[in-house]
Design a protein around this ligand. Structure first.
Ligand code: COA
Length: 331
């Protein structure tokens, strides 16, 4: 084992043009079958073509590639000021090179180069690495469900949850009078505030662009997404991004000003339900509940670290809002 910073001559640096194939093969070689690194087109789409920036870190021991991590950059608005964040995805160190400080060096490179480093799900070992660099829990992911049809017989906990959600839906959220929903294959053209006013003043969340939405969903190499636009007369209130599943839809993202979100969620569930999904942030929890959705804890946490003491404090003091589509929770 090495002390932090002493990597026995191994280096961590940015992936260069021309290295993508080697890195993709390295990730596939060390990942279980069926995981994204084995899927055609995933690496190029996820990292090389990401309009928010391509930032894959690689670790070499001499000429040998022994580690990699793909950073997914995002802009966060904190008290009106844009800050740069990055999720890490597909972090992998070759088994023979583990416990030599490479995992920590990758995450420390991220906190050095971005205002805040985030993670939406950690393996046992990676959770330990985050602990070792002083990362904190910024929130817990929650699952959400609008059960709009009478539930079918299923394993017990699931049916209990579906019955509760169905009753809640019937009593509190069925009405979406005056709203129309259009389910389309292309991202709808909506007013800017659907992108810029998604979170209230105290909450912190990603500020994405229409270009990001097109890349993330419409150009995904192996998932099919639909866009559910909600209109009141001719006014576009916002849209949700949905992925069809066996029983209905998974909601992976939402673009509407926070005050309009309960109405948009209600109308989307009415038109496309049952709808389930996941998110983090107490602000979003209030929104889903106001729309008549049921929410409950998921098994993973949002973890973060910032070298800026004010931003690091904000990780535990503020509501950090992300949807399933924002990191690698829906890949
Ligand atoms: C997670 C992973 C990237 C960590 O890489 P690593 O280079 O071994 O991590 P480091 O050597 O930098 O570990 C830093 C500290 O984290 C802790 N840690 C790391 N791995 C640990 C493990 N398996 N068990 C307990 N603690 C661990 C230790 O405190 C370690 O410091 P120490 O070795 O001085 O005690 C590596 O285990 C891996 O590739 N795992 C398989 C893929 C994976 O799980 N990726 C993460 C997806 S979320």
């Amino acid at each position: 084992m090495s002390a932090a910073g002493d990597l026995d001559g191994m280096v961590v640096r940015r992936m260069r043009a021309g290295e993508a194939d080697t890195v993709r093969q390295f990730l596939a070689e060390h990942s279980p079958a069926g995981r994204p690194p084995h899927r055609p087109g995933w690496f190029e789409w996820q990292y090389v073509d990401n309009p928010d920036g391509c930032d894959v870190r690689v670790c070499y021991a001499g000429a040998r590639l022994v580690g990699a991590s793909g950073f997914i950059p995002c802009t966060l608005r904190v008290d009106g000021v844009p800050r740069r964040g990055a999720f890490s995805t597909s972090t992998m160190v070759a088994p023979a090179f583990r416990r030599r400080g490479l995992g920590r060096a990758i995450h420390e490179a991220r906190t050095a180069d971005y205002d805040v480093a985030l993670s939406s799900g950690q393996s046992e070992a990676n959770a330990q690495v985050y602990r070792s660099i002083g990362a904190v829990a910024a929130g817990a992911y929650r699952r959400c469900l609008a059960q709009t049809r009478r539930p079918r017989v299923r394993p017990r906990t699931r049916v209990a949850r579906e019955v509760l959600s169905w009753l809640r839906w019937r009593t509190s959220a069925r009405s979406s009078a005056g709203l129309a929903v259009r389910i389309e294959d292309d991202a709808p053209d909506v007013p800017d505030h659907c992108y810029t006013r998604r979170f209230d003043d105290r909450a912190i969340g990603p500020v994405w662009t229409p270009e990001h939405v097109v890349w993330r969903y419409a150009r995904h190499p192996y998932f099919d997404y639909r866009f559910a636009a909600v209109l009141r007369a001719r006014e576009k209130l916002g849209f949700a991004v949905l992925r069809p599943n066996a029983g209905g839809h998974t909601l992976v993202d939402l673009y509407a000003p926070c005050a309009a979100q309960p109405a948009v969620l209600r109308a989307v569930a009415q038109a496309a339900g049952p709808v389930s999904g996941q998110f983090t942030g107490t602000m979003l929890d209030r929104v889903f509940r106001a729309a008549g959705w049921t929410t409950w804890p998921a098994s993973h946490r949002l973890v973060g670290k910032s070298n800026d003491p004010g931003l690091h404090r904000a990780l535990t003091e503020r509501s950090w809002c992300f949807f399933g589509g924002d990191s690698d929770a829906d890949r």
